[in-house]
Ligand binder design. Structure first.
Ligand SMILES: [Zn+2]
Length: 290
């Protein structure tokens, strides 16, 4: 059986067709056109799937990476930055329109299964995948399968509490990981310390040269370390793979790793913390592997 993966993003919908050995047969992308609404997104996905099916010489499985979580309680999309999807039964509607069962998961779980199968974590059994971008998310893959948990929240480390009286989070809680180490949170903290508005890439350029720079970096790495050390204490994964825009920061993989190791509850800490290998392609590959 061949595999179709669809990565539904805020600006583009990407589709891929793989053969049973995971070789790419066809890959294509179209704009999301959020402004045209929910029905238009369904139509776009269906036409993309139909186009990919014409290139397949075998039956296909279909997996979709959705921007947001799928509520186990209701089956509806929640916490999505693609606003018109919130509260909609995306999976059911696609299954009805495509007349086929599909798999659907959030972008962090798709990222993790892609890196665990084809990317940086290929040789490892228990993989914790981290997305640090506009938001912070995570996923757990064990022996090639996504571990979703009883209520589908397994791996959601972005909203565990770092600081009990900390920053206000959109989720309603205080002090979530996401409010400290997402891209926007890091830039906001830099503006507060330095009075300057800069992109993350520009902030880190000469970060070791000033007292304020060093303070920003120390706070960042402390928060990164507490968050990941908590994960290692509970899951003890074989490897951690980082993705999302923040994962491009080089010092996470040496200094950041050492901060994490200092906080783990063990005299033997050797968990590799690796950069992703698939980049933006993780979503679409991950979707096909669900
Ligand atoms: Zn939160």
């Amino acid at each position: 059986m061949n595999k179709i993966g669809i990565d539904l993003g805020g600006t583009k919908i990407e589709g891929i067709l793989l053969d049973d050995k995971l070789n790419v047969i066809e890959r294509t992308r179209i704009p999301t056109q959020q402004e045209k609404g929910y029905k238009s997104i369904i139509d776009s996905i269906v036409s993309l799937v139909d186009a990919l099916k014409t290139k397949s010489n075998d039956t296909v499985s279909i997996g979709v990476s959705a921007p947001g979580a799928i509520s186990k309680k209701t089956g509806l999309i929640k916490n999505s930055n693609t606003q018109c999807l919130i509260g909609m039964p995306l999976k059911d509607d696609l299954q009805v329109t495509l007349n086929q069962k599909i798999s659907m998961d959030n972008d962090a779980n798709c990222f993790t299964i892609a890196e665990a199968t084809l990317g940086a974590a290929k040789e490892h059994n228990v993989v914790f995948g981290v997305i640090m971008g506009t938001g912070v998310g995570g996923g757990i893959v064990i022996n090639g399968n996504v571990h979703r948990g009883r209520t589908y929240i397994a791996g959601e480390w972005g909203h565990h509490t770092l600081r009990i009286d900390g920053n206000k989070c959109y989720c309603g809680k205080l002090g979530c990981v996401e409010t400290y180490i997402s891209g926007p949170a890091l830039e906001k903290r830099w503006t507060k310390l330095s009075g300057k508005t800069e992109s993350l890439a520009s902030i880190i350029k000469n970060i070791d040269d000033t007292t304020i720079g060093l303070q920003w970096k120390k706070e960042f790495l402390e928060n990164f370390a507490i968050g990941l050390a908590n994960v290692i204490d509970i899951l003890d994964p074989d490897v951690i793979v980082l993705g999302g825009g923040v994962s491009n920061i080089p010092f996470l993989y040496d200094e950041g790793r050492d901060y994490v190791y200092d906080k783990v509850f063990s005299d033997l800490v050797e968990t590799p913390i690796l950069k992703n290998q698939l980049g933006d392609s993780a979503g679409v590959f991950g979707a096909s592997l669900l």
